[in-house]
Design a protein around this ligand. Structure first.
Ligand SMILES: *[C@@H]1O[C@H](CO)[C@@H](O)[C@H](O)[C@H]1NC(C)=O
Ligand SMILES: *[C@@H]1O[C@H](CO)[C@@H](O)[C@H](O)[C@H]1NC(C)=O
Ligand SMILES: *[C@@H]1O[C@H](CO)[C@@H](O)[C@H](O)[C@H]1NC(C)=O
Length: 398
């Protein structure tokens, strides 16, 4: 078991790889780095996949009010731009549109227009939901529409359609009917920031939510229980001593490092969220505290033969198992909040099930070995003590 010490840099590298894989792209988002003038701040945004367009918004999931800003870069005074919700499908007809262009008077005009046919001239009209405070601006080749939408409870996920076309004789002309101009449609979830349909890179907030989920499911939800399995079942093999101890420490230390990063991403997400995820957040806080305490307790660990070592072991196991149970519970709570595709939940259930199955098999093997050893010990001199950790198994204590 010379490989034990070599495993810890491997685990550190793995954590680093996970970090760069999931965190780096989320930092490179373009809509996220955009700052609006005039005290406008939006919690969520998405880089729309075509037409150099971006949607920024604040969504109140109590009042169903969405405060949006739709931005098109590279737009000029001879362009009209539009962003719409289409309750009737992923298509143009039926779109409840916000439209803006610079009209003949030179000012940028923003208004609402229900699209009832493919031959629409985008004339003003009222939409099927309330729109207030609609305005638009054209600055440094960027046209932006601002509006406050009063949606209803069933409109957390909507079909969105966006478009850019030419202004002809002072009014909106027909947009190109190929390429990007017919791909500018998809779904949008105001709460999670998920986009779908014809593509969409997923919002930066959604990506951060995914990063948070992966970091924590891997660290708290998988590595921590694995490290506990290593400690409990590897130390029964005399040849694995003290390798099990270093493996256990490397596993828990990596899990803790990644887990604390995961917790930090959760703090940020929690502070931005209006949703009520108190239990998930509190369990996360408890885990970080218990994990830290567990790390520091290692420094206070009495020597193996010390009379207080038994109490330390009891403490260490109690906190350890509490962390594992809370971790798994919280991963499932997080899955409920994140609500990803079923395959992710299935994957984590499979991980927990295989950890559980491994524990059951190893428990049986351990008992078999311990009982065999006890029999051997009763007809032979006492077996020498291990150099590390509690050697409970060898004394028949499990
Ligand atoms: C959301 O709307 C409700 C009801 O109008 C209001 O009480 C609450 O303060 C709003 N939340 C935010 C974060 O603006
Ligand atoms: C030009 O825009 C203003 C608002 O800025 C609007 O009231 C007016 O009707 C528009 N004129 C035309 C001809 O579209
Ligand atoms: C619309 O804008 C005005 C002034 O900027 C503001 O007082 C008002 O609260 C806004 N209304 C909504 C529904 O956002």
């Amino acid at each position: 078991m010379n490989g034990a010490r070599a495993d810890s840099p491997h685990l550190a590298l793995l954590s680093l790889a996970l970090f760069s894989l999931f965190l780096a792209p989320s930092l490179a988002q373009t809509c996220q780095s955009y700052a609006f003038s005039g005290n406008r701040v939006y919690a969520s945004c998405v880089d729309l996949p075509v037409l150099s367009s971006y949607l920024h918004w604040n969504y109140n999931d109590t009042s169903y009010v969405a405060d949006i800003a739709f931005r098109v870069t590279g737009a000029t005074s001879s362009n009209w731009v539009s962003w719409a919700i289409n309750p009737s499908g992923l298509q143009m007809v039926g779109s409840q549109a916000l439209v803006a262009y610079q009209n003949s008077s030179g000012s940028v005009w923003a208004y609402t227009s229900p699209v009832d046919s493919l031959q629409t001239s985008l004339s003003p009209g009222t939409l099927s939901f309330g729109v207030s405070n609609i305005s638009a601006a054209l600055e440094s080749s960027e046209m932006t529409i601002f509006a406050t939408l009063q949606l209803s409870s069933g409109m957390t996920t909507v079909n969105q359609v966006w478009q850019v076309g030419p202004v002809e004789n002072g009014s909106p002309g027909t947009h190109p009917t190929s390429g990007a101009n017919v791909e500018s449609v998809g779904t949008l979830n105001f709460l999670s920031g998920t986009t779908g349909g014809t593509g969409g890179s997923g919002s930066s907030r959604q990506r951060r939510r995914n990063v948070h989920g992966v970091l924590n499911a891997v660290s708290w939800g998988t590595l921590m229980p694995m490290g506990a399995l290593i400690a409990r079942y590897l130390k029964v093999f005399q040849s694995a001593d003290p390798a099990w101890f270093y493996l256990h420490i490397s596993c828990q230390a990596s899990a803790y490092a990644v887990g604390v990063a995961g917790w930090a991403t959760g703090l940020k997400l929690g502070s931005e969220s209006s949703a009520n995820n108190k239990v998930h957040g509190n369990i996360g806080l408890a885990l970080s505290v218990l994990g830290t305490v567990q790390g520091f307790a290692l420094l206070l660990r009495p020597k193996k033969d010390h009379k207080y070592r038994l109490y330390w072991n009891m403490y260490h196991h109690t906190v350890g198992y509490t962390v594992i149970v809370l971790s798994i519970v919280n991963v499932f709570k997080g899955l409920d909040i994140l609500d990803p595709e079923q395959k992710w939940r299935t994957a984590y259930i499979a991980i927990v099930a295989s950890l559980g199955a491994s524990a059951a098999v190893l428990e049986a093997i351990t008992w078999y070995i311990v009982i065999k050893r006890k029999k051997a010990a009763s007809s032979a001199p006492k077996i020498s003590h291990s150099t590390n950790g509690d050697d409970g198994y060898r004394n028949g204590r499990v």
